[in-house]
Write a protein that binds this ligand. Structure first.
Ligand code: KG4
Ligand code: ZN
Length: 327
């Protein structure tokens, strides 16, 4: 079964083809236009998707010598995301659906991130706990089966990736700043002792909060002054990263304790982070699964995989744009 995936929910334009759920070909275009603005500019994102989505799709079919009519199912991200950006992908998918009479399904972007885990880990079994940690979302789900998700905790303010991006902007890194902060932190020695607090929401809560951490870093840098901050950027990045990683690891460990489930899947852009990977492996050993970095950040292969799972189970649903849908 050939599945075409289309992802345009934020600032990556991506198309991918899967054969029986496995990646055949994939194209990802990261929109560089936002880097100067310190965040994604919605109108620019929509325009860049329009300029690119058909070009990428054409190249996917031509390079791989596959006819458009050979596709069995089209999967498109229809929620959550930027309204205008989602509309571009949905419009393209519906055009394809009408032209070739191919079944189409909408896919929730977060379900896509979850499904990225299955592209490389056929040994990942239900039930498991999923940490989705990206620029727009930070949440822990109990996953009992495909389509059976229970949110156990989520951020009450900023997403973890958003905190990386905002601290990065403050320290002068271009958007998105997660990778640059990780690289900068490598330049700090273990003895550089700065530590930042992360809010604990108390009791059995598995929710996260990162906005206090952002304020703590801001006040710390203001107090130390520009010259000191510039000289000690690596130590600041290292301490900030450690605070985020410790908070993610602490809630995951608590979720494992509360549910008795110790198999963990981690997905989303922040799952690229080496410190997060090392910390979770030290907690959960070989029962923690990560996609490879290219499949952590937004991509259409994960959307196609979710579409493939829906097609197999006869769970196709017509795409309906919903910018704020939950999973
Ligand atoms: O999943 P994704 O591509 O988009 C959303 O769905 O939000 O995630 C992008 C986020 C950005 O906030 C980016 O700074 C962060 O993932 N990110 C990282 C790393 N690589 C990307 N954060 C920390 N460390 C990294 N190595
Ligand atoms: Zn994403």
């Amino acid at each position: 079964m050939l599945t075409l995936g289309i992802e345009t929910s934020c600032d990556e334009t991506s198309v991918a083809l899967l054969a029986d759920g496995n990646i055949l070909a994939s194209e990802v275009f990261t929109q560089g236009v936002h880097s100067a603005y310190g965040g994604v500019v919605p109108e620019l994102a929509s325009r860049a998707h329009i300029a690119k989505v058909d070009v990428l799709a054409k190249s996917l079919f031509v390079k791989n010598k596959i006819a458009c009519s050979a596709v069995d199912c089209i999967a498109v991200t229809d929620s959550p995301g930027l309204a205008g950006a989602l509309l571009v992908g949905i419009g393209f998918a519906l055009g394809f659906h009408c032209q070739f009479g191919i079944p189409v399904t909408g896919v929730n972007h977060l379900e896509g991130h979850l499904c990225s885990l299955f592209l490389e880990h056929p040994d990942l079994c239900h039930p498991f706990l999923a940490l989705i940690v990206s620029g727009g979302h930070t949440a822990i789900y109990r996953v009992d089966d495909f389509g059976r998700y229970r949110c156990l905790g989520r951020t009450v303010d900023d997403a973890a990736g958003e905190a990386f991006d905002k601290i990065g902007k403050m320290l002068g890194f271009p958007y998105p700043a997660g990778r640059a902060i990780e690289q900068e932190a490598l330049g700090s020695a273990a003895g550089d002792e700065i530590s930042f607090p992360v809010a604990r929401l108390g009791g059995p809560s598995l929710d996260f909060s990162f906005s206090g951490l952002k304020t703590a870093v801001k006040y710390f840098c203001e107090e130390k002054g520009e010259a000191w901050t510039a000289k000690n950027k690596a130590a600041i990045c290292r301490a900030f990263q450690k605070a985020v990683v410790d908070s993610l690891a602490r809630n995951l460990a608590a979720a494992a304790g509360q549910t008795g489930i110790s198999t963990i899947g981690v997905a989303g852009g922040v799952a690229c982070n080496g410190e997060l990977r090392r910390t979770l492996v030290s907690h959960f050993g070989d029962k923690v699964f990560f996609p490879s970095p290219a499949l952590c950040t937004d991509n259409a292969a994960m959307i196609a995989r979710a579409g493939y799972e829906r097609m197999k189970r006869k769970m196709l649903r017509f795409p309906t744009m919903n910018p704020s849908a939950a999973l």
